[in-house]
Structure formats: C-alpha cells, structure tokens
Design a protein around this ligand. Structure first.
Ligand code: XMP
Length: 304
C-alpha cells in the first residue's frame, strides 16, 4: 500500500518538474481525474486549466456539483450536449455509439486545448488501466482519452502506479468530498450505455431521472458496488384510465470486487416495490419497471 503522506508531496514535485507551461486536464467527476486535478492545482496553480465537458450524458446534478467543487480552480465547463446528441443520431449499435461518444469527446477536448494553447496534458490513468490497455483486454472509452491531433510537449500521469483503493485513500487525504472519494464507477460513455438503441433527448431525460431515484433508494442503505437504471424500450401500460405506450426501465444493483464478475443484489421486495412506484409515479412516460437478476457473466453490468 502506498504511503499517502509520502506520495502526495512526491506527486506534486513530479508534476512541477514535468509540466512547465500551460497545462490541461479533463475532469470527469470520477475519483481519478479529481485527484489528479487537485494534485496538479497544488503543483502549478494558475498554469492548470481543468476542463469539464458536459456531454449531456451525465448523471442528474453532476455538472452543478463539479462546478461547485472545482469552481475555484479556473474550471472551464464546456456545454457540448448538442454535439454529442448530434453524433449519436441514428446510431443503434452499441459499439458505434461508444465510438461516437469517445470521438466526440476527443474532438471537443482538442478544440479547447488548441484554444487555450495548452502544452501539457495531465491524465488520470491508474495502474489497472495501464495493464488492461497493454493487454488489450478492453477498449473502454475513458474520459480524457488521448487527443490525436495535438502534440503535447508531455503527457503527465501522476497516479499511474496506484490501484483504485490507493487513489481513494489519496482522495481522502486531499479532502475531496466523500461522494467523490467513494464514487461508484460511472462509464466513460455515460448514460448512453444505459439506453438500448438510439439515444434521444427524451430517453436521456428518462434514464437520468430514473437513475437518480435508484441511487436515492439504494446507495446509502445497501452500499451496492454499482447501481443504476436503464431504458430498454417501450411497452404497454395503463395510467389513470388511459392505455399508454410507455418506457420500460430496468433497475440494476450489483455486488462485485472489480467489475470483472458481478452478482445481482438480493434486495428486499418492499424496496423494489418502492423503486417501481416512484419511477412510474414520478416519470409520467414510464409504464413498467423490471429488476435485472442476471449475474456477470453471462450479462455485463451495463446494458450496452
Ligand atoms: P461491463 O458493462 O463491461 O462493465 O460489465 C464493467 C465496469 O466497467 C464500467 N464500464 C466502463 N467504464 N468506460 C469506462 O470508463 C466504458 O466504456 C465502460 N463500459 C463499462 C461499468 O460501469 C462497470 O463498472
């Protein structure tokens, strides 16, 4: 286990020596990029510009919260919702959707980097990311993926030797809020992997609201490794006296060690009933709620 009190000053010194000019970092709100942003801010202060790209695929309240936490660090919030929605129009294939989000992310980030005349890039790569990409296990899009058309003088990876639990420990030592230190994994492509088929603004709104309800009901009380909602498609329902063709929302709550395998949580029936009645009651266009009981494998944790 890394000695946090030794690691922090060493990392700050390393950034000071490596980043000698205008430096940027893509903040995702996850613990890795947040830790890097704080370390870099302590190392080079004004020379750092953290960039947060609002893809429109973020969780409810996320953009506001990030602005609050990092607002005094010269944070640039880029509203790129329209660019992402446009890039996703007509795409139904999961891999094509992932690619579209990843590429749009890099384009938007590059535009900002060029405008800011950034010379250095800080990345929140951690040790398992390095191993996974070297071994070619997954081609996950991680927020902060490398811009292809800019030659940075240097790419600095201050936490590349740390495991996730070590990053969390450093996050606590840096006084980051608890919600960031202990945040559940959230996929780089955001809510788009929680929507089956084409991504539309309406589906994103439904999944965002449903996701917030699921988190409220499950996160603190049951401590799942990961929990969220997904929009599957449409089905028939009755609301009031009317038959409707409404959205089908799936609830997922899993226990896991590392995300490679997972088990659906055995949640109390009353809890599931409450989630179902809240989602159908609070989101008028939802007709049906289902609970996914499938382990990984054979299912993945996310739906796409
Ligand atoms: P799956 O769905 O493959 O997910 O069982 C395993 C874990 O990885 C997260 N995940 C991603 N994380 N970029 C990421 O940074 C991605 O493209 C991505 N896809 C899945 C997922 O949330 C789960 O924790």
């Amino acid at each position: 286990m890394v000695k946090v009190d030794k690691f922090i000053p060493r990392a700050i010194e390393h950034i000071k020596e490596a980043a000698k000019g205008k430096t940027i970092i893509a903040l995702s709100g996850g613990v890795d990029s947040s830790v890097c942003a704080i370390l870099a801010h302590r190392a080079i202060g004004e020379h750092l510009t953290p960039i947060y790209i609002d893809t429109g695929l973020m969780r409810k309240g996320e953009t506001e919260r990030i602005s609050e936490i990092f607002g005094d660090m010269n944070l640039q919030v880029i509203d790129a919702k329209d660019r992402f929605l446009e890039a996703l129009v007509g795409l139904k294939d999961p891999e094509e959707k992932r690619k579209a989000v990843g590429e749009t992310f890099i384009r938007v980030f590059e535009d900002e980097a060029i405008e800011l005349e950034a010379e250095y890039l800080i990345q929140g790569t951690i040790y398992p990311d390095k191993i996974e990409s070297e071994g070619g296990i997954k081609s996950h899009h991680n927020v902060g993926g490398l811009p292809e058309h800019i030659k940075f003088k240097e790419i600095v990876e201050p936490i590349a030797d740390l495991y996730k639990d070590e990053v969390r420990e450093v996050a606590h030592a840096l006084d980051l809020p608890e919600e960031i230190c202990e945040r559940m994994p959230f996929p780089g492509p955001g809510l788009s992997v929680r929507i089956i088929g084409e991504v539309t603004e309406e589906k994103v709104d439904v999944v965002r609201e449903a996701n917030a309800i699921v988190e409220e009901e499950l996160l603190e009380k049951f401590g799942p490794w990961q929990t969220f909602a997904a929009v599957l498609g449409k089905g028939t329902g009755v609301k009031g006296d009317l038959r409707i063709h409404g959205w089908i929302v799936a609830v997922r709550a899993v226990g896991s060690r590392d995300g490679m395998t997972a088990d659906a949580m055995n949640l109390p029936w009353e809890t599931l009933q409450k989630i179902s009645s809240r989602i159908t009651g609070e989101i008028p266009s939802v007709a049906r709620v289902v609970y996914d009981i499938t382990p990984k494998p054979p299912a993945t944790i996310e739906f796409e």
